[in-house]
Ligand binder design. Structure first.
Ligand SMILES: *Cc1c(COP(=O)(O)O)cnc(C)c1O
Length: 374
């Protein structure tokens, strides 16, 4: 057998890839740091493999910046982060089972507790564990009811192997319904006024909180999307300039031909014609493109925009190359990014993919290779 491991290791061997700018992530991190000041801890939220940017690589650059901690939602992401940030605290959002307590202790992860039964299950493992208590301030998701928090903190204080380091809530507003950020904030303030065992770190802040609610900084913030330059900055009270970490999605032309009568009639779909010059890009819905891409989306090939043609396939999408007669097998096509004076940005892509910037970054699949710019 030949040694072809470079095929696996090299993104250059891939038919499609995304380009990620680590310096954009560092720039955004520094923007958050200067906004919250030196006294507020930053727990960088790296869930969903760091919003598609690679939790190991992102953890390495943020650890070098001196980030105070990380937040992740899966054991897999915790492992990726720990592999490149050996000492930084890692908070596991709700999700992992006490069955994994010895691994959690070995990787020195901080668990989340939302109820007395969770506390009991973790305590029963006999592992020495650090924990944050999560409170639900009206987001109707994970977290203890505000009325249960005091009792939970008391029980934890009487549990020798569980050390409560923090208390947090995910600040979020359900669109058009539910409590406003201000109502959640006032619930938290009421709670803090009543509990006697206030943990060292109290945290109520996503990107929304950092951008729109400076008064809610407390001891720590845990922004995610904004570190990747994809938070919604409309109505921001802190007008930060963020740079998108995902700056390109590219694919190669894996087939180029001119159709003729020998393959039969052209499909009766928008953008096809009987004698068209057509190409096939080595990217498809298996890499995270929407399966039902509407007509109107384009790619840039040799500095010219060409239409992408439905239907999409797992690994392929067709393009009409009539406007680029010299396009050739192996050419690079830009689905997101700049080439030859043309530019497709995240907002344009989000419109065609019927999602938003977070939906694009987090919807890209692991099979879409990552290439890092320093
Ligand atoms: C997702 C998440 C965040 C980060 O939210 P963004 O809106 O991406 O900044 C912070 N905290 C918790 C608990 C989360 O689940």
């Amino acid at each position: 057998m030949t040694n072809a491991t470079s095929l696996l290791a090299s993104a250059a061997a891939a038919s499609c890839w995304r380009e990620i700018s680590l310096s954009a992530i560092v720039h955004n991190y520094r923007a958050v740091r200067s906004a919250v000041g030196p006294a507020v801890k930053i727990f960088a939220c790296l869930k969903n493999d760091a919003y598609g940017c690679g939790a190991a690589e992102v953890a390495a650059v943020l650890a070098a910046e001196g980030v105070d901690g990380f937040g992740v939602a899966s054991a897999r992401d915790a492992y990726r982060v720990r592999s490149r940030a050996p000492r930084t605290p890692i908070l596991l959002y709700p999700g992992i089972s006490p069955q994994w307590a010895s691994d959690v202790a070995e990787l020195d992860l901080t668990i989340t507790l939302s109820s007395a039964s969770e506390l009991e299950a973790w305590a029963a493992t006999s592992e020495r564990l650090s924990a944050f208590v999560k409170v639900d301030l009206g987001f109707w998701r994970a977290g203890a009811l505000p009325a249960e928090v005091e009792g939970l903190l008391d029980r934890a204080a009487a549990t020798p192997n569980i050390d409560i380091k923090g208390l947090y809530a995910h600040l979020n507003e359900l669109p058009g319904t539910g409590p406003t950020a201000r109502e959640q904030w006032s619930r938290l303030k009421d709670l803090l006024a009543t509990i006697t065992r206030r943990p060292a770190i109290v945290m109520l802040s996503s990107s929304d909180g950092v951008l729109r609610h400076p008064e809610m900084d407390l001891d720590a913030v845990d922004p995610g999307a904004m570190l990747f330059g994809i938070a919604d900055t409309a109505r921001a009270v802190r007008p930060l300039t963020l740079r998108p970490a995902l700056h390109a999605i590219k694919a190669r032309l894996v087939s180029v031909k001119r159709a003729d009568a020998s393959i039969g009639p052209a499909p009766d779909l928008p953008g096809y014609s009987p004698d068209m010059r057509m190409g096939v890009l080595g990217i498809g819905w298996g890499h995270g493109l929407p399966r039902d891409l509407p007509f109107g989306a384009s790619a840039i090939i040799r500095g010219t925009r060409v239409p992408l043609l439905a239907p999409l396939h797992l690994e392929h999408v067709r393009v009409n190359l009539s406007r680029v007669p010299d396009a050739a097998f192996g050419d690079e096509a830009v689905l997101l990014g700049s080439a030859g004076g043309e530019h497709i940005d995240l907002a344009e892509l989000a419109m065609h993919w019927r999602t938003d910037s977070v939906g694009i970054c987090c919807g890209l699949q692991p099979d879409l290779a990552r290439v890092y710019a320093p």
